[in-house]
Design a protein around this ligand. Structure first.
Ligand code: FE2
Length: 212
């Protein structure tokens, strides 16, 4: 990964210790789409637990102090490193998710991104529809992604902590579809959560900054 993504993920480290990077907005900034109640639990309990677990798991190992990306790619698919992989990837995925949302999100993508979306999907609406479909059909816990592969944009979905980084594919945006992301606000209505995010909060500016 290079430029914007690299700078972004450095916010999770302070020397050899991983830190809970600050939310890019207040707890209540995403209301009414995502309540302050959901956000405070999701960030302050779930995301924080992944950071705390990662610090415990990598202490006194070769991974201590390495970048999250290095840990994620080095441990992916290795059964004896699953704990380190899961926690490192979840720290990264959650940071990426917070930045994928914005109180000023939704609307039209910036021109350069919009052109790439239209070239790959036909229209912004078709891109959103495919994105929503991936998020809704991900069976169980996981993530839906807008990614860049070469000149093309595509939609992907991953299970549990997995991420496109393990396949050397560049993420542009993500939506968390673990139940903890939406159950307090939407109960079992995952499609409502996903579609409302795509209409009101999705941060096209962040996606544009992540283009290579
Ligand atoms: Fe989550």
């Amino acid at each position: 990964m290079s430029n914007h993504l690299e700078n972004f993920s450095q916010t999770a480290q302070s020397g050899s210790t991983y830190v809970l990077a600050p939310l890019p907005y207040a707890d209540n900034a995403l209301e009414p789409v995502i309540s302050a109640h959901t956000l405070s639990f999701h960030y302050g309990k779930h995301h924080k637990a992944y950071v705390d677990n990662l610090n415990k798991l990598v202490a006194d190992t070769v991974f201590a102090g390495q970048s999250l990306e290095k840990i994620i790619t080095a441990t992916a698919g290795q059964a004896d490193k699953a704990g380190i992989f899961n926690n490192a990837a979840q720290v990264w995925n959650h940071m990426f998710y917070w930045h994928s949302l914005s109180p000023k999100g939704g609307g039209e993508p910036p021109t350069a991104l919009k052109q790439k979306i239209e070239a790959s999907f036909g229209s912004v609406d078709a891109c959103k529809k495919e994105f929503a479909n991936a998020a809704v059909t991900q069976f169980g816990s996981g993530w839906a992604w807008l990614v860049q592969e070469g000149d093309k944009l595509a939609i992907a979905k991953t299970s549990n902590a997995d991420s496109p980084l393990t396949k050397n594919i560049r993420p542009l945006l993500t939506i968390d579809v673990w139940e903890h992301a939406y159950y307090l606000d939407y109960q079992n209505r995952r499609p409502d959560y996903v579609n409302t995010i795509l209409d009101k909060l999705i941060n096209w500016e962040f996606a544009a900054a992540n283009l290579s």
